[in-house]
Design a protein around this ligand. Structure first.
Ligand code: A3P
Length: 350
């Protein structure tokens, strides 16, 4: 089993100097551009830059997103997972990969790829894993359907992903997952403090982090504009953009797996009784948390570096914010959510 990332690593070894120099020039160009943008100290892993489209990111992923915008050639058969960090990316990646590849890798098989590869190796991020470190990978040789992920807002998706007017079979598909902002925030706060601890830095207080979150100064934030961007895209192009909520996935994961399968054009057939449930079991938090790929594996991400795959698994429940946020902070986030989502048709958990 060779992952998309392994194939890109093999290309790196073969890449000629001329290519490497041209790629580096492209990266230098966008790095200079990002360096000229307004920035602030953000949420604890370095400078956060404000893109002219209104979203924030650390320098590396913003540059990676710009390179992907310039170079990524999408195919109508591609499927892209889009999320804000800490919205359930790892879970939806696992569900999507297991669903798409269920014929060659039955979910109950003892040698399923998940035993050796984490979901982030099976479905890499464009701006955190593929378009990083001066690299412009040749993704053209990857077989269909290619599966990628991104944290960028809808407005910042590579132009080839959204270029063609919407219509059946015209553009690649996008699967978006949103999560209650309070849980997204709490999960992000824990994650950043774990990375800070690894770097020998003091933890951020929840009050400081919440202040930044409410001000929109979070990786790929503001939270609300990110969610609204994909929600509106889903309303405008339902055949291209699927919109899931983490909390609803928790309530009925099998129904979501069936919708996902239909959306990507691979509905469960008559002979597949129990297949959706088997995928749900394989991708369940408790199961994935126990896998060797989770316990021993690492993922290399822009900005953060190599992290243990176990960092992507904490509690995996809805409503954990209650254990960490003061009533005032929770009410403040809820008030922003109500005012930003008002009139959008987006049903929230608040
Ligand atoms: P918590 O920190 O609230 O536990 P992301 O994958 O976008 O980085 O999000 C991480 C969050 O999703 C973490 O939330 C993590 O525990 C949870 N998560 C990871 N795998 C999951 C799974 N298989 N099922 C449900 N939640 C999962």
């Amino acid at each position: 089993m060779s992952s998309c990332l392994q194939s890109v690593a093999e290309q790196d070894a073969d890449a000629g100097d001329a290519h490497a120099e041209a790629n580096q020039q492209l990266y230098n160009h966008f790095t200079n551009l990002v360096s000229s943008l307004p920035s602030s100290n953000g949420q604890g892993l370095g400078q956060v830059f404000l893109h002219s489209q209104g979203w924030h990111a650390y320098q590396g992923p913003m540059v990676g997103a710009m390179v992907a915008d310039a170079c990524f050639a999408s195919r109508p058969t591609d499927i892209i997972v889009a999320t804000l960090p800490k919205s359930g990316t790892t879970w939806i990646k696992a569900l999507l990969y297991a669903t798409v590849h269920r014929a060659e890798h039955p979910p109950d098989a003892a040698d399923h790829p998940f035993h050796t590869l984490g979901p982030h190796e099976c479905i890499p991020f464009l701006e955190f894993q593929l378009y990083t470190s001066g690299r412009v990978p040749d993704l053209g040789k990857l077989p269909d359907p290619r599966l990628f992920a991104t944290h960028v807002p809808f407005v910042a998706l590579p132009r080839s992903v959204v270029a063609t007017p919407p219509g059946p079979g015209c553009n690649c598909k996008v699967v978006y997952v949103c999560r209650d902002p309070k849980d997204t925030f709490v999960s992000l706060w824990h994650f950043i403090n774990k990375v800070r601890a690894k770097k020998g830095k003091e933890p951020l207080s929840v009050e400081f982090a919440a202040e930044q979150f409410c001000a929109g100064v979070t990786p790929m934030g503001p939270y609300w504009e990110h969610v609204l961007g994909y929600w509106r895209a889903h309303l405008a192009r339902p055949e291209q953009v699927l919109f899931f909520r983490y909390e609803e996935m928790q309530r009925d994961p099998a129904a979501h797996v069936r919708r996902l399968a239909e959306f990507v054009g691979l509905p469960f057939g008559a002979g597949e009784d129990g297949a959706a449930d088997a995928i749900v079991r394989l991708c369940a938090f408790e199961r994935m948390n126990e896998l060797r790929a989770t316990k021993d594996g690492k993922t290399e991400l822009a900005v953060i570096g190599a992290v243990d795959n176990s960092i992507f698994f904490r509690r995996g429940v809805a409503g954990d914010w209650m254990n960490h946020l003061s009533p005032e902070t929770a009410q403040r986030i809820d008030a922003i959510t109500r005012s930003k989502f008002q009139g959008s048709g987006l049903i929230t958990c608040v």
